[in-house]
Structures are given as structure tokens and as C-alpha cells.
Design a protein around this ligand. Structure first.
Ligand code: SAH
Length: 243
């Protein structure tokens, strides 16, 4: 099996994106996690236009320059906004359905590529990882592999813009004390599984990371992290560059 392809029968988000694109509406995109109650992703939000985007995302799009990689591009909302701004962008996603929709929506360079694929070796000036973009890293133990890949993909002087939330608020007591088990796994390591209609996806790891932890790992692997902007609720946009 080609692990770099997310096939339609295992791709609930791709199915939701394809439905919404085709009909202008979608059923519930359900999200399950062993750590949380069942939740749902509003599919229309995956099609957000520039003015509906959170300020952190707008900021990242403004800062993006040169040859841009939109990593885990979904419906292509950021890639389309960048094209409108006259910027040059390649949008990659592991989902065959999403890439098909991006192409139909007018994303000029949409490709079905796994970020971590060894054969994906082009150079970019800006790499965007948006909508809790750190998620694609999966777990803290993958940080070494992630930064090695970034070194391979970035032009000298290139930058990564990544957003995330610090999940500490989920574990904070009213008096400000923490309920985090310090001996346990990092509190931002979450497992998810999605379902759309009858399409059930496999479980996957998704990393939420606080800025201090991101900075520590960045430094360990030869990168510098800068806090570009803080959001309204424990979220932030970071810029990472090679030292
Ligand atoms: N950036 C989009 C979509 C976010 S959802 C938005 O903001 O709306 C995350 C996307 O990342 C999904 O479309 C998923 O298929 C894709 N993805 C997950 N792991 C990936 C990987 N290793 N390489 C490329 N894309 C990946």
C-alpha cells in the first residue's frame, strides 16, 4: 500500500470537502478523540475566504513571500487567497479528494503529496502550516524528522509560518493551578478519528503545541522560533527560521 495516499474510502474530510464543493452543503463531519467528547468540524469553514479567516491566518498570508508551500491545504482556501494576492503557491495535501477539489476550484498547483515523502524535495521561501498547522507533526517525538524535512525544503533564509493553540486552558483549574500529569504524555498530543456519512477514517495523531515547547524543540534542531502574533484564545502564529 502507498502510505502517501489517503484513499477516498478512508478520507472523511476529503468526502465532506467534495460534497460541499459539489452541492454547497455537507452533512456532519464528526470528530472523535479518546481525550475529548465527540465534536464536529463545520465544513463551510474549510471553504473560508480571506475576510472570514482568523487574523492569525490573514497575517501569515500577508507575510508569505517568494515561492510558497501551503502544507495540508484542504479545500485550498489559503492557496486561493494567495493567488488572489498575486503570490506563487504550491498546495499539497495527502487527500486525493481534496486535491481534486482544489484543482477544480482553480488552485494552479495542487498536488497530492505527503509532506514527509522522501521524494518531495523542492525548495520554498515560505512554508505555511495553518489551522493548527503543527498538527501534521503528530507527536513531539516526530520533531526531529519534521525539522530535518524543513531543512530540506527551505531555501536559505526561508521561513515557516505555523499556527497552533496551547491546550493548557483545558487543564487549568479555576485557581490557575494545573491538572496536567507531568509524568504523562505531552498534553498537546491528541488522537483523532473522523467520520462523514458512512466514511470512517483511521485514527491519527495531531499535535497542539505551546510556543515555549515549540521554541525548545526548534532550538534543538537548529531553528529559531519567533512569536509573530497571539490570537484571542491561547492560539498564536509562530515564525520558524534556520539558524
Ligand atoms: N489548511 C487547511 C486544511 C486543514 S485540515 C485549512 O486551513 O482549511 C489538515 C489537512 O492536512 C487535511 O486536508 C489533511 O488531509 C492534510 N494532511 C494531513 N497530514 C498531511 C501530510 N503528512 N502531508 C500533507 N497533507 C497532510
Amino acid at each position: 500500500m502507498d502510505v502517501n495516499v489517503l484513499m477516498p474510502e478512508r478520507d472523511p474530510m476529503g468526502a465532506a470537502i467534495a460534497d460541499y464543493f459539489a452541492t454547497g452543503r455537507a452533512a456532519k463531519l464528526r470528530v472523535f478523540s479518546s481525550q475529548f467528547e465527540e465534536d464536529e468540524i463545520p465544513v463551510s469553514q474549510l471553504f473560508r475566504t480571506y475576510d472570514k479567516m482568523p487574523l492569525l491566518e490573514q497575517r501569515a498570508l500577508q507575510l508569505a513571500e517568494g515561492r510558497i508551500l501551503d502544507c495540508g491545504a484542504g479545500s485550498g482556501c489559503h492557496a486561493l487567497a494567495l493567488q488572489d494576492m498575486g503570490k506563487e503557491v504550491v498546495a499539497i495535501d495527502i487527500s486525493a479528494l481534496s486535491v481534486e477539489v482544489m484543482t477544480k476550484r482553480g488552485v494552479s498547483h495542487a498536488r497530492r503529496v505527503n509532506l514527509f515523502d522522501d521524494s518531495f524535495t523542492e525548495r520554498y521561501d515560505t512554508i505555511l502550516m495553518l489551522m493548527n498547522g503543527s498538527g501534521i507533526i503528530g507527536r513531539l517525538e516526530n520533531m526531529g524528522a519534521f525539522f530535518a524535512k524543513m531543512k530540506q525544503l527551505l531555501q536559505p533564509g526561508g521561513r515557516i509560518y505555523m499556527d497552533s493553540s496551547d491546550l493548557r486552558y483545558l487543564f487549568e483549574d479555576e485557581d490557575g493551578s494545573f491538572l496536567i500529569d507531568l509524568a504523562g504524555d505531552y498534553y498537546g498530543e491528541i488522537d483523532f478519528r473522523m467520520q462523514y456519512k458512512q466514511v470512517r477514517g483511521d485514527s491519527f495523531d495531531w499535535l497542539y503545541i505551546d510556543f515555549d515547547t515549540l521554541s525548545l524543540y526548534a532550538a534543538r534542531y537548529g531553528f529559531a522560533a519567533e512569536l509573530v502574533q497571539q490570537g484571542e484564545h491561547y492560539d498564536y502564529l509562530a515564525c520558524l527560521k534556520m539558524k
